[in-house]
Design a protein around this ligand. Sequence first.
Ligand SMILES: *[C@@H]1O[C@H](CO)[C@@H](O)[C@H](O)[C@H]1NC(C)=O
Length: 244
Amino acid sequence: MNRHGLICFYASVIIYIYKVEATTERDYGTRIIGGQEAFAGQFPFAAAVHVQTTDSKFFCGGALTGNDWVITAGHCVYNGVLFTIQLGSNHLESDDSGRMTIATSTPIDYTIYLNPVFPPEYSLQDNAPVYVLGWGQTSDTDPELSNELRFLYIRTISNAECRTIYGDQITDNMVCVAGNYNEGTCIGDNGSPLVQSYGKYYALVGVASFVSANGCESVDPLGYTRTYPYLEWIQNNTRQEEYV
Ligand SMILES: *[C@@H]1O[C@H](CO)[C@@H](O)[C@H](O)[C@H]1NC(C)=O
């Protein structure tokens, strides 16, 4: 895999999680329910990942972690033959001069609207304030993606609490987030980032992994893969100084 490709999707394998039993939807798109629209440049690492396989197309979120790397979920890249990445804009479709669309291996230049997310410095705590973001559906009944990037400020729950809902499928390398009914309970597209504010910047603490089969508007928590346990792996595979 070309190190200078914007995407090394092999990196995403870190995020691969077998779909938990509770997740029976074939539709991998998870959704932002509630929340607000992000402002331009608020989450300059947000990536829209359009995936084409030999016989289908689907959408995932991702996060820019360097000028030639995006992290997304492993199940977003399996069988993918073409990946088209949109960066630098909160709008999926409307015109935006800041947008960059990439389908080839091209390192990118940073702007205020296009900047990488940082690695976490410590293990994610329970009840930690985090942001979830994505272009996912905004309700169970509306299959369309949101044209605008949306986000929610929400908290992590303990893995013990999450296991009361999903059982032992929840491993130590996962983390769940939960919000109020109809808000934040089904957030972000698969592969989309879970971030924590570290003062002026954000750290990528998780990658969206699964959602309850009960639907996005249920009160079931959302599942993320933690990034902290994989920092060395990420560093080894991307050779970025930032991921030390
Ligand atoms: C990272 O690379 C080092 C040196 O090759 C190796 O010892 C280590 O096991 C690797 N770690 C992971 C998680 O791949």
